[in-house]
Ligand binder design. Sequence first.
Ligand SMILES: [Zn+2]
Length: 87
Amino acid sequence: MDKSEAANLLKEIKANHAKLNSCSKHEFGKVIGDRTNGYSTRQNMRTCSRCDGKMDDSQIILYAKGYKAAGGNPDDIGQFIDGQALC
Ligand SMILES: [Zn+2]
């Protein structure tokens, strides 16, 4: 990856974080692709239908657990990941 590609990647990451941070409640749908995280585990990527931000399933599951801990119903944010309930 050259400097220009790295700069574009950083720009995309910042734009995605801005979308996610501006959203009051994410709602995730079908898998749109995958990525390898820092532990070399391939994770499905999904898009929030409300903010268009992208997260992988490991992040979505943590988000769902936090949402549930705050008194919300995790089914409201996407129901199931690959047939498994989020919480
Ligand atoms: Zn969202």
